[in-house]
Each structure stands twice: as C-alpha cells, then as structure tokens.
Design a protein around this ligand. Sequence first.
Ligand SMILES: Nc1ncnc2c1ncn2[C@@H]1O[C@H](COP(=O)(O)OP(=O)(O)O)[C@@H](O)[C@H]1O
Ligand SMILES: [Mg+2]
Length: 245
Amino acid sequence: MLRKNTTPGKLIIVEGIDGSGKSTQIDLLYKWLQAQGRSVYFSEWNSSQLVKSTTKRAKKNKTFTPTTFSLLQATDFADRWENRILPLLKAGVIVLADRYTFTAFGRDVARGVDRVWVRNLYSFAMQPDIALFFRVPLDVAVKRITSARASLKYYEAGMDLKLSESRIESFHLFQERILNEYDQMVDEFGLTVIDGTLTVQAQQRLMREIVRKELEGWEGLPIPDAPPKTLLKYGIYDEKGGANV
Ligand SMILES: Nc1ncnc2c1ncn2[C@@H]1O[C@H](COP(=O)(O)OP(=O)(O)O)[C@@H](O)[C@H]1O
Ligand SMILES: [Mg+2]
C-alpha cells in the first residue's frame, strides 16, 4: 500500500517491461497535455544526477548486488521525489513518470529482493492518480527491443542472475519474472492494464480518455508567462528543456 496523493497535483505513471511501449505513450501524452496549456513535468526512472556516477561505475565493473542495486535506485527515486516530484505536485502540477515504484517492486523482486522489504523502502511515495500498466506478451517486447537496438546491456538482460549464458535467453527469463510480478501488482495497487499490442494510436486514445476523465473539473496550475521565482531558485525546471512550471 502506498499512501494517498493528498496534494493538489496529479501523478500519472506508466509501467511495463522493456519494449512494452511506455516511453512512446508517455511522450505523446506529455505533448498533448502541454498543447492544452497544462503545467506538466516529466520524470524518468534512474535519471537523477545524485547517483549517476556510482551507477555507471557499478554497471561497468559489474559490482552491483540485488540489494545495492535496489538501494541505489531507491536513492535516485528519493532524490527526484523530494526535490522535484513532490514540490511540483504540491504546486498543482501534473507529473508524468516513466516508471515508478512498481518498477522496483518488479525488477528488484525478480532479482531476489524481498517483496515486503522493497515495498517498505518506497513507503514515502504516493499512490499515483493514474497508474497504467502496458501489458505485452514477452516475445512481442523482446522482438521490439532487439529490433530497435544492436545489443542488450548486462544488467538490462539480467545477466547478474546467471540464468543463462545467452543474453537474449537471460533477458527473456528475467523479463518473464518481472511480468509475473507486474501481473500480481494489478490488484495489489489497482494498476490499469492497457493492451500494449494495440497500435500506438489506439493505445494513446485509451490513455487520453483515462486522463481526460481524471482531469475533469480539475484546474491545476496554469502555465505562467514566466516560471515562478521559487521554482527557478530551487533549480526546478522541466527535464525535457523549457520551463514548463
Ligand atoms: N504499439 C506499438 N506497436 C509497435 N511498436 C511499438 C509500439 N509502441 C512502441 N513501439 C516500438 O517498440 C520499441 C519500444 O518502445 P518504447 O516506447 O521505447 O518502450 P518502453 O519504453 O516500454 O521500453 C520502440 O522501437 C517503439 O517504436
Ligand atoms: Mg522506455
């Protein structure tokens, strides 16, 4: 259980295994909301500067353990949560997140981390107003990922789990575990399932309908002519460039 969002802002997040189409959909939603003159902020998993060099080093040296990987990503999330996401929600902004706590609940548990422990680790976070789970069969996701990219990275493929010598095979087995965790989280956290095998346009239509309903009768923070001084002072600006708060 995550605590309720008691801020005037709206938190919308996307989840799903690699290649499920999350980034494609959240990017389209971001542009749609912006075009409506909404104050919207985008935040991406594992994007904080705070732990970047450590993460890079540990990935390079392959020195992460499931626990240290989990803790470092939780630190990354906490940094974004406390410095960006929460203050902006308090200001009445729509915050979009590409991956949220459920990524940790899925991936870390797939790596062998305790389910309850990792949920407690993120207990400072809030339940999103909309949590979309893009569900695709494994083979569809694997095909999309491998056709879009030359190679799979070590941790991305779950090679640290020693499930298989082959990266593709390991990726498959790792993502399968994650998918099982996501399926269990649908009821636990009330995730809204979107069929990720639909066309980009069809999924976007469904997504916009869900968001439109959530925003009905909600004012939020209008985009001011200039970013409020307090937000600039704390270095809060849009990660995608442009001061949209
Ligand atoms: N509905 C879709 N049908 C077919 N291909 C898609 C669809 N959505 C996304 N893709 C493609 O699949 C790949 C992964 O999409 P992406 O949005 O990056 O997924 P994720 O962020 O979940 O890893 C990209 O090459 C993207 O163009
Ligand atoms: Mg993505």
